[in-house]
Structure formats: structure tokens, C-alpha cells
Design a protein around this ligand. Structure first.
Ligand SMILES: *Cc1c(COP(=O)(O)O)cnc(C)c1O
Length: 354
């Protein structure tokens, strides 16, 4: 398939003061888009001016949520060059999500090349300052105008780019986590391991209640017994427990995070034993109280590593250590961001330079 590149008329104004950059509010001049229908397969791939979509009000995505997305980043490195972190992993996961949602798979090589070309054309939008990056959002939606319930016959796949500010403006800071014993995110046989919008729509109520009570994030328990820790909002959870690393196994209800994978690899390199097993909420609460649970952090592309300061469950809150960022958590954050920004060698071939 050929990639057609259309001109833009007027570049938008960039945010000159990078300390004013936020997350996901400002978008670049161009976007990538391609269409799918049953007869032609994927076709009409273009890089074109960023702008609104024309969708039929009956488009399947608007009624039955046939939608998937990805999130990855391009970084401006210390030598001025631009690199992407593990983009092939994101595109492979995009196809796994597509399969789960009965959507057509994409040609991974073609999507990667299109993505790299888009970032190349928008290189001026990759910010320079510490902790900033260009967030990349590949998306696929069902566009067929049809109100029956079945997989659609027409799709749109697009990629948009957003310059994002440093997540930790005042340095890496621990969060307060609410463990929900009422709401659930994903059940066995459900769509928990697909990156699909519906999972997020279903999580909003719990997130709102948590925010109203002064918590930063919701930690989800398993849907069956409401006993085992699964993941947080848009992050996987990793625990340092008795000098071992414990994280939820990937058995269909937890998203296979790329930051999770990277963190586990770096921890294994440091000699830690990794246990992928279901940690119970009792182990978390007791472990924090008796000191066996030394550190806990979330992993996800947007924040990279998010340290946990305290956990709250039912009417009880426990602080981890002294409530500050753990030593290992801090080292891991440093190591991962050093690789992303090109300050340290990339021994695992995670980085793709433009
Ligand atoms: C995207 C996401 C993550 C984190 O995945 P990364 O690849 O590390 O960004 C974790 N949990 C959920 C539910 C997600 O959607």
C-alpha cells in the first residue's frame, strides 16, 4: 500500500513555554489515516492535515463501542535526535486488541513505517525539556453506518500526536490509592486485556468516587472473589515484597503493559526474583503495616513509573514505608527514563531512532 502525503496550509502555533504543556490537550498539524472495507481491505493511507472526522451518526463505534487504541511516546534525546520506545510492541498489541474486538488486523510493518514518517514530518513538535515527549495515539474505530449488532464491515485507523509536558513537575511524587471492593474493571472472559475504550468508560464511576474522597487512583481487584490485586487505572502494579518482585499474572483480565514488561526486565537484570502471581489485598494491607511490603509502583507509558505512598481499603489506610518514593522505585524510574532519553545505553534494543 502506498502512503500519500498531503500538504498542510498553515502550521499551528506551538506552545513556546514547555512548562505549560499538559497531557493530551494540544495536537500537531498532521495525522495519519487509512480506511478498511471488506472488498478492498486497508486502503487510502494518508498523512493529512489534522482535523475533525466525518462520521455517519449510525457509525457502529458510536453505538456499540467497537474501538481500540494504543499509547506510546517519541522522546527528544540529549543529542537532539528523536527516538521511539518499543513501538513494535505497541503495534503488535494493537493487533491483539483488534482481534479481541473482531476488528481487522493491520500490516504491522506498514503501520510502523507510517508512524515513523508522521513523527518525522512533525519532528518540530517533539518538545525538548526534561520529562516532556510527543505522545502518539493510534486508534481504530468501526465506521459502518449500521445499527445491527455484528462486527462492522468498515473501519478507520488513524494516528494523532500530542506534545505532552513533564508528568512530575515538582519531582517524582507518590500517590494515594483506593482499593475498590465494589466496582470491577474486568472479568474472566471479558475484554480486560484489550486496549479498548469501553474498559475506560466502565471505570469512570469508581475513579470519580475515588477523586471525591481525595484518592489519586483506583486499584482494581479480581471480579470473581474481589480478593486479588489486578491493576490501576491505566497502569500495571509492581510490588517489592520480602525482597522479591510480585506482579499480577497476565491471564486475560490485566493489560499486558509495555512499561510493565520493561520494568520487570530491568529488575531481573538487577538480580531480583520476579513472581507473577496474584497478590491478595490482605497481603498488601498487612505487608504495608508490618514492613514486608517495602515498595509499590504503577507502570504505564504516560507516567512511566508512579510510586505508591499509601493504600486505602474499606475504612483503613496504610502508608508504605515513610510514605515517600521508595529507593528501588526511584532507581527504576531513573534507569528507564535514561534509556528513553538516550542518557544510558539501550542494551535491550527497545529504542527505534527516527
Ligand atoms: C495502557 C494500559 C496500561 C499500561 O500499558 P503501557 O504499555 O505500559 O502503557 C495498563 N493498564 C491499562 C488498563 C492500560 O490501558
Amino acid at each position: 500500500m502506498k502512503l500519500e502525503i498531503l500538504p498542510i496550509s498553515q502550521p499551528k502555533e506551538k506552545i513556546a513555554d514547555e512548562s505549560k504543556l499538559t497531557f493530551g490537550t494540544k495536537f500537531t498539524d498532521r495525522m495519519f489515516a487509512m480506511q478498511f472495507d471488506r472488498d478492498q481491505g486497508w486502503h487510502s493511507a494518508q498523512i493529512k492535515p489534522y482535523g475533525p472526522l466525518a462520521l455517519d451518526p449510525a457509525a457502529t463505534v458510536l453505538h456499540y463501542s467497537q474501538e481500540i487504541f494504543e499509547g506510546l511516546k517519541a522522546f527528544r534525546r540529549t543529542d537532539g535526535s528523536i527516538a521511539l520506545f518499543r513501538p513494535k510492541d505497541n503495534i503488535a498489541r494493537f493487533n491483539r486488541s483488534a482481534e479481541r474486538m473482531c476488528m481487522p488486523e493491520v500490516d504491522e510493518q506498514f503501520l510502523l513505517e507510517s508512524l515513523l514518517e508522521l513523527v518525522r514530518l512533525e519532528a518540530d513538535w517533539v518538545p525538548n525539556s526534561e520529562g516532556t515527549s510527543l505522545y502518539i495515539r493510534p486508534t481504530m474505530i468501526a465506521t459502518e453506518p449500521f445499527l445491527g449488532v455484528r462486527p462492522a464491515d468498515q473501519y478507520l485507523c488513524y494516528i494523532i500526536l500530542s506534545p505532552v509536558g513533564a508528568y512530575y513537575k515538582g519531582g517524582i511524587a507518590p500517590v494515594k490509592i483506593w482499593i475498590s471492593d465494589h466496582y470491577v474493571r474486568a472479568a474472566h472472559g471479558g475484554t480486560g486485556e484489550a486496549k479498548t475504550g469501553g474498559n475506560y468508560a466502565a471505570s469512570l464511576m469508581a475513579a470519580r468516587e475515588a477523586a471525591e474522597q481525595g484518592y489519586d487512583q483506583v486499584l482494581w481487584l479480581d471480579a470473581r472473589e474481589k480478593k486479588y490485586v489486578e491493576e490501576v487505572g491505566s497502569m500495571n502494579m509492581v510490588f517489592l515484597y520480602d525482597d522479591k518482585i510480585i506482579t499480577s499474572p497476565l491471564k486475560g483480565t490485566v493489560l499486558d503493559g509495555i512499561t510493565r514488561r520493561s520494568a520487570l526486565k530491568l529488575l531481573a537484570d538487577r538480580g531480583y526474583q520476579i513472581e507473577e502471581r496474584a497478590l491478595s489485598v490482605d497481603e498488601v494491607m498487612e505487608g504495608a503495616a508490618n514492613g514486608r511490603l517495602k515498595e509499590a509502583f504503577g507502570t504505564g507509558t504516560a507516567v512511566v513509573i508512579s510510586p505508591v505512598g499509601s493504600f486505602c481499603y474499606q475504612d483503613h489506610c496504610v502508608q508504605l514505608g515513610n510514605g515517600e518514593t521508595g529507593e528501588l522505585t526511584m532507581k527504576l524510574y531513573q534507569e528507564l527514563t535514561d534509556i528513553q532519553y538516550g542518557r544510558k545505553p539501550d542494551k535491550h534494543d527497545w529504542v527505534i531512532k527516527l
